[in-house]
Design a protein around this ligand. Sequence first.
Ligand SMILES: C[S@@+](CC[C@H](N)C(=O)[O-])C[C@H]1O[C@@H](n2cnc3c(N)ncnc32)[C@H](O)[C@@H]1O
Length: 277
Amino acid sequence: MTNYLSYTFHDNEAFINTYDELPLWSAPFGLLLLEHLELKPNLTVIDIGSGAGFPLMELASRLGASCKLYGMDPWVNANKRAREKISNYALSNVEIIESPAEKIPFDDGSVDLIVSNLGINNFSDPSAVFSECHRVLKPHGKLALTTNLRGHWKLFYEIFHRTLQAMGKEDGAAALKQEEEHRGTMETVGNLFTENGFELSRQVEDSFDMRFLDGSAFLNHHFIKLGWLGSWMDLFEKAELPAIFTALEQNLNIYAQAHNGLTLSVPMAYMEGIKKR
Ligand SMILES: C[S@@+](CC[C@H](N)C(=O)[O-])C[C@H]1O[C@@H](n2cnc3c(N)ncnc32)[C@H](O)[C@@H]1O
């Protein structure tokens, strides 16, 4: 019971390789989840889209040894890193399963709680994932998730639109609007729950700001390049990209110069549903 009393910190490469690695973009969403999720003993929990292990490792640590948690993700290298964290943090209550959430390798009615931090925007068929969650959850089991909502980075999209319109690229502006609006709203995410046999038990809407010095910093940010740039580039012909992004960057920088930087808001939701039928 008091194993922790013999803990000794070993300052080595393996430890530092996996220390202090929380993805900044994921943090506000994970904190929202950790704030609102009810903590109970003896739970079997799955984190779908667990990636490199946030908030899986934190949740496992906060729930403690009476609960068993499974991280589920098809991303091989992220799973490898998550397994290294389990080992280096000496967590005995977490396992990683390499699988897409459309097919959860668990029996019907065998799980108490499923969580997902920023998962649903990444699932190619969110409804199939909700239905699969419903199958594996026990009666009255809970699905709790966070997601960013339509309206994120509104100011960036407004400046992007104005840029395209000024360049006479009406088709591009329409395509951008569609890309912006494919994110969920409280209503559409809520519908995913109710259409798949869940009763909504909690809905919290919140937002946070991300501040950048200017458009150049924003467009060059490693996370913007990794997670977003590709979906904006896909909206245009390859030959148009240099002119469009040069004008966009200039307009963002002009705005930032006049307004003391670029402050982009990100609306987000914590939603949970109980399996009712
Ligand atoms: C935005 S990341 C979130 C990762 C982590 N939960 C976090 O908060 O940082 C989305 C994750 O969903 C995973 N993913 C994509 N498709 C999936 C699927 N069909 N089933 C389960 N996970 C999936 C990705 O590999 C990625 O790790």
